[in-house]
Structure formats: C-alpha cells, structure tokens
Write a protein that binds this ligand. Structure first.
Ligand code: NAD
Length: 386
C-alpha cells in the first residue's frame, strides 16, 4: 500500500506475473533453495522484485544489488520490507558499483544471478569453494564471460541465448520499450522522422520495426554484412554508416559494442538530432568524450535526463539519459513489458532451480539454457493464455 492507501505499482506487476506466481507457489511447497544463498546483480525495479520474492519462497536467503543507473528506491524499500538484503543504492559511478559487487561476494553466495557479468568476472579473479554456479542474463555478459570460461568450474547458464528470450524480450519487448522511451523522454513525434538503428540483432530488429510502425523513415547500420542484408530484405534502408549518421533525426544504438557514436562523429551529426542507447552498458555513445570535445561550446541540462550539446557551429545535439539504457532511465522508467519479463524471469528461476538440484554439470559453462527448460516455460505461458 502507498501513503494514500492504494496498492503500488509493485503490487500491480506482481499480480501480472502469472508464471512467477505459479512458480512461487510450487517453490513454497518444494523449497529447492533451502539453506542456499542467492546473490543477484540485476536492475532493481518492480519486475525483478517479483523474481526475488519467488526465489525467496523457494527457501533462499537473497542478497541483491542493482546495475548502473537503474535501481529504483521503492523497489529497495519493498525488498527490504520482505527481508531481502539489498546492497548499495542507485549509482552511475563504476567504482561504487564495483564496491557493491565485492560486498555481495563477501557473503560467499551459493548461486549467482548476474546481468552483464559483473559478479562472475570478480569470481574468475577470486574463486571460492561453495559456489554451485548461476545464470547470466545478457548478450553483453556472455561476451565478457566467454574468454574466462576456463576459470569457472561450475555451470553458468546464459538466459539471453535461447529462443524465448530472443523473441519475447529482445525482439518484441525491447523494441516496444525503447520506442516508448523515446516518446516518454522527448514527447516528440516519430512521423516522417529519419531514424537510424545501429545493430540489427534481436533487439535492433524490434526497435527498427517499432519505429517503422510509428511512421518513421527507418534505416539500419550493422557491421555484419549478412545481418545488413537481412535488414535490407526486411525493407529497411541500409545506407553506409556515415550517411546514416549524417541524415538521422534520431539515432538508437543497440549493439552491445562500445564507441558506436563518438566525438569523431560530432561533425557529422545533424542539427537537432536525438541520440539514445538501448545496449546494456553505457558505452555505445561516448557521451563524456563528446561533451568534453573542443567543438562543443556548452552542455545544457534539462530535467528528466535530457542533455543538449551546443556545437560551436550552432548545431544542437540531444542525448537521452546520458547514454544509459534508455528504457530504464529518465522519467518513470518502466522497462520491458511485464509479460516478457515474467517469461524471462521464470527461465531464471527454473535455471537456478536446476543448478541447485545438480541437474546441470560444470561443463555447461557459459552455454544457453537447456532446451527442456525453454519448452517447459513456453508451455506454461501458453496454458495461461489459451
Ligand atoms: N534495453 C534492454 O532492455 C535490453 C534488453 C536485452 C538486451 N539488451 C542489450 O542490447 C544489446 C544488443 O543485444 P542483442 O540481443 O540485440 O545482441 P545481438 O548480438 O543479437 O545483436 C547485436 C548486433 O549489433 C551488431 N554490431 C556489433 N557491433 C557493431 C558495430 N560496431 N556497428 C554496427 N553494428 C554492430 C552485431 O553485428 C549484431 O547484429 C546488448 O548490449 C544487450 O545486453 C538490452
């Protein structure tokens, strides 16, 4: 309840997560995590709260921290009210975040739920005995952990790389929520605007489709020629990179790679263009380097995470959420749809259950979730929606 006696958004989200509620009831009976500590380093927002409560029902002691920039204070209060330990507060400071991750690992958790590889990267440098394994949510985390695979002697299941996550969250939900974030941040139209999407992976495909469906003239830039061909056959313009940058009214980066747009592009970017990022780490647009560039006269900051670079030649370039993942930044960030996260987080809960029960082995390290789990979650979702 809030101060006016109304139910909160966290209550709304919780009631809407049908799969997690069913899983919670099952875990309550079977206690798959009895006696185990689970550490989670994932965005602390209402949908995650629903996941953590589900894991707690399974008998786990939970210790949680967030990711850069996305932690929501109401979610921390809610979790602490449920007896879940939360380390750290909202931060955009890498060193603070590192310290929070280190504090989490001092608890010697038995299972890790990671998002971006922050915890596993630390474990690779300082392993400890009781760790049974865990999950990694993202593409960015998988890319970071793959080279470290030899240093892990336990299973790590990557949620990102299975069909449900790819189409339900990355394609459909990220597309919708980044599009919604553009509207939410800017209150500007998309009709007739030239929108360039960098990256035509699962997320980029959804983003490009959503802007096109909203009557934007949408183009795609991808460093992979095969993926670029796919975008072309899907009906998107696929101009050369510099042409795409110089003609765009809106540029969305969603590649997982750093320095997609940098200070070197400042001379190219059109007057009035809006830049936003959907990739996991705030590295795709080199915002701080752009702002420090000698061609920038001043930076004007508006409320709600809008920043404008005033260029020496009179052009203005706008950046949303300082280049952080836009759908979890700015005013009232709702993130991906509840249904998509109910699916993704049920996959998380099932993977952790399998690891706790020893149903996956150490060789299954930085590999996709077993197809059997994917199929079970798909069947459960369809059963609710028939
Ligand atoms: N905002 C969200 O809610 C959310 C949700 C899921 C994933 N993500 C993040 O979005 C990013 C993309 O995820 P994905 O699943 O689409 O990844 P993906 O690997 O499926 O696709 C990435 C695409 O970007 C292209 N690319 C890489 N470097 C490039 C470059 N320099 N220039 C142009 N194209 C380049 C690749 O060729 C690929 O086609 C990751 O950082 C991921 O963690 C964000």
């Amino acid at each position: 309840m809030n101060a006016s006696g109304q139910k909160t958004r966290i209550d709304w989200v919780s009631r809407s997560c049908h799969l997690l509620r069913a899983t919670e009831a099952e875990f309550e009976r079977e206690k798959p995590f009895g006696g185990l500590t689970i550490a989670t380093a994932i965005h602390l927002e209402p949908k995650t709260a629903s996941l953590l409560v589900t894991l707690q029902a399974g008998g786990a002691q939970i210790v949680a921290t967030g990711n850069l920039n996305s932690t929501q204070a109401e979610t921390i209060d809610y979790l602490q009210g449920r007896g879940i330990e939360v380390i750290g507060r909202k931060t955009t400071d890498d060193a603070d975040h590192e310290a929070d991750i280190a504090a989490m690992l001092q608890r010697r958790p038995d299972l890790l739920l990671d998002n971006g590889g922050d915890m596993f990267a630390k474990v690779a440098a300082a392993p400890y005995a009781n760790l049974l394994g865990g999950t990694e949510e993202t593409t960015s985390g998988r890319m970071r952990l793959e080279p470290m695979r030899d240093r892990f002697s336990f299973p790590i299941l990557v949620i990102n790389d299975i069909p449900i996550k790819q189409f339900a969250e990355n394609r459909h939900a990220v597309g919708q929520s980044l599009f919604e974030s553009y509207l939410r941040f800017t209150n500007r139209s998309t009709n007739g605007k030239r929108v360039t999407v960098f990256g035509y992976g699962a997320c980029g495909r959804g983003v490009a489709a959503c802007f096109r469906n909203a009557f934007a003239v949408t183009s795609v830039v991808d460093c992979n020629p095969v993926t670029t061909l796919e975008a072309h056959l899907d009906g998107f313009a696929t101009p050369l990179r510099d042409e795409a940058v110089s003609s765009a009214d809106v540029i969305v980066t969603v590649t997982g790679a750093p320095d997609i747009l940098t200070e070197d592009d400042l001379g190219l970017i059109k007057d009035g263009a809006i830049l936003m990022n959907g990739g996991h780490f705030p590295v795709e647009i080199a915002v701080d380097r752009m702002m420090a560039d000698k061609t920038v006269n001043k930076v004007e900051r508006y409320e709600d995470g809008l920043e404008t670079l005033h260029m020496a030649d009179g052009r203005r370039i706008h950046i949303l959420g300082h280049g952080h993942m836009a759908n979890l930044a700015g005013p009232r960030p709702l993130g991906n749809t509840i249904e998509s996260m109910d699916l993704g987080f049920t996959l998380q809960a099932r993977c952790l259950e399998w690891i706790a029960k020893g149903r996956v082995v150490a060789d299954q390290c930085v590999v996709p979730v077993p197809a059997e789990i994917d199929a079970q979650v798909a069947e459960d979702y369809l059963a609710f929606n028939r």
